[in-house]
Design a protein around this ligand. Structure first.
Ligand code: 3HC
Length: 489
């Protein structure tokens, strides 16, 4: 039987639920939005009205189109109003007891042919399905925040999902203008499993004072081209949601990198949940860049390492003298590895600063335990003169960007090797779900498998974190001289 989805219910009209209701209404479906009480219902209506008002103001919708979209949505506090819906999407908080209770009610209320979907970020769809008398008609439909913008929908089928239903739900996602990626039921699915481990890692690095919040965000945004840095994104997702997703991931994986960073627990307990509560990692000031520094108070510089000539020429053109390391006011050691060993060989190790150029917008400025604050300030200024954003960090393996990026790429290789999802689906999921400029396998191709494998080895040697060890598949590909995972037979 091919179903026609014309009338859909959305239960829970928070940020995600309201966004999903908007997507469905824009796609031409009649939508019934359900909330627990009148105040929450009004907030949900408000989300929809303001989101479509913004689209109107930007000229993306005409007033008539906006009215048509809003006219397709009705609001109620009674689940009974979902009796004749063809599809109901649940978007309530990530608490299994709440979801189980809701699905028991929906199963009783909705017509026998209705499909019940959960927008859960990480909870077991199978467990939710098993609370109903129609487990074959229960799927995951996982949207991404902001739902009207992000193009991905993960469609989750379980071992008991009826044959063909996932394809029908995927077809609906396409009709709504989204790209579906269909996968089985594992904690975190594709995106959250890869994304949350990376976001949590950023929080762990922040707590270890490797770099600042703004430094890490700038590094990932400008250095890798991600639309948002990890802390701005955690605030968008919600720190409570992030904490819950990580807890579920940890329960399944027992991987320490999924254990929520203590700072997340602290912020959540303090009621700082991110954008939805008015503050999280950022509290009103917004993600921004630091003000430009004045001209550095140094006369002579020494530049060492690969690419030294080019940088030295740039600094000479800006009026700085180049000198041998023994005589220079500051020594810039271009390196992708820690520089303390180099520093101790100099007569004045306090003048040496590690410099790692990331893309053409960022330079990581690494200070060793011996580096003076004057040298760091001077190099910060020199970096700005070269047109890059300086990201100050400690002298640790792979500094900031690669330390965050390589384990994420390693996780993607492990996911591929586990057979959970293929190269194209994983790449598409990260690009369309999170706005990444490239998928993990595209990034691996661009960086080179060997570079990433060697970087992971360095990270493992430094932090002894078991999951930083290169995935066996990655190691084997490098050993076999394979240049791209796509070349696998
Ligand atoms: N609702 C509707 N539309 C919105 C919106 C919202 N909340 N926020 C932004 N938009 C629209 C804007 O109107 C604009 O539309 P236009 O291009 O048609 O004019 C467009 O999105 C771009 O917005 P802005 O110009 O204001 O801002 P940016 O260019 O900085 O983009 C962003 C904002 C789309 C949020 C971008 O920063 C981004 O892609 N960030 C990554 C978001 C992400 O990773 N989401 C996934 C999180 S994981 C998740 O949700 C899963 C869960 O289970 C945890």
């Amino acid at each position: 039987m091919t179903r026609s989805f014309e009338k859909a219910g959305v239960v829970g009209l928070g940020t995600m639920g309201a966004g999903i209701a908007e997507v469905l209404a824009r796609g031409g479906l009649a939508v019934i939005g359900v909330e627990a009480d009148p105040a929450a219902l009004e907030r949900g209506r408000g989300h929809l009205e303001s989101s479509t008002a913004k689209a109107l103001a930007k000229g993306k919708l005409s007033e008539a189109e906006r009215m048509e979209i809003l006219g397709r949505v009705s609001f109620t506090t009674s689940l009974e109003d979902l009796a004749d819906a063809d599809l109901v999407i649940e978007a309530i908080p990530e608490v299994m007891e709440f979801k189980r209770a809701l699905f028991t009610d929906l199963d009783r209320i909705c017509k026998p042919s209705a499909v019940l979907a959960t927008n859960t970020s990480s909870l077991s769809v199978t467990e939710i399905a098993a609370t109903t008398t129609r487990p074959g008609q229960v799927v995951g439909m996982h949207f991404f925040n902001p739902a009207p913008v992000m193009k991905l929908v993960e469609v989750i089928h379980t071992v008991i999902t009826e044959d063909g239903l996932a394809e029908e739900v995927a077809a609906l996602a396409r009709r709504l203008g989204k790209t579906p990626v269909t996968v089985g039921d594992r904690a975190g699915f594709v995106v959250n499993r890869l994304l949350l481990a990376y976001l949590n890692h950023a929080a762990v690095l922040l707590e270890s004072c490797l770099a600042t919040r703004d430094g890490i965000d700038a590094a990932m945004r400008l250095g890798v081209g991600l639309p948002m840095g990890p802390f701005a994104l955690l605030d968008l997702i919600g720190l409570d949601t992030s904490y819950e997703v990580l807890s579920v991931l940890f329960q399944e994986s027992r991987d320490r990198r999924h254990a929520p960073a203590p700072i997340l627990r602290e912020l959540v307990t303090a009621g700082l949940l991110g954008r939805k509560s008015g503050g999280g990692f950022y509290r009103g000031e917004g993600a921004g860049s630091s003000p430009p520094a004045g001209k550095p108070s140094v006369n002579s510089v020494a530049v060492l390492g690969e690419g030294a000539e080019e940088l030295a020429a740039q600094l000479s053109a800006a009026g700085f003298k180049t000198a041998p390391p023994e005589d220079a006011d500051v020594v810039l050691a271009l390196s992708r590895n820690p520089v303390v060993e180099l520093a101790v060989k100099l007569p004045s190790p306090e003048r040496l600063v590690g410099l790692h150029l990331v893309g053409d917008k960022v330079a990581e400025v690494a200070s060793t335990v011996l580096t003076s604050s004057e040298a760091v300030r001077a190099v910060e200024g020199l970096v700005r003169i070269t047109g890059r954003t300086p990201v100050l960090c400690k002298d640790r393996a792979e500094f900031v960007v690669d330390a965050l990026l390589y384990p994420y790429l390693n996780d993607a290789v492990r996911m591929l090797d586990s057979g959970y999802a293929g190269v194209e689906d994983i790449d598409a999921a990260m690009k369309l779900g999170c706005g990444y400029p490239a998928g993990p396998f595209e990034m691996l191709d661009e960086l080179g498998l060997k570079t990433v494998r060697d970087g992971l080895r360095a990270l493992y040697a430094e932090y002894r974190e078991p999951s930083f060890a290169p995935a066996p598949l990655l190691d084997q590909l490098v050993t076999a001289g394979v240049r791209s995972i796509r070349d696998l037979p």
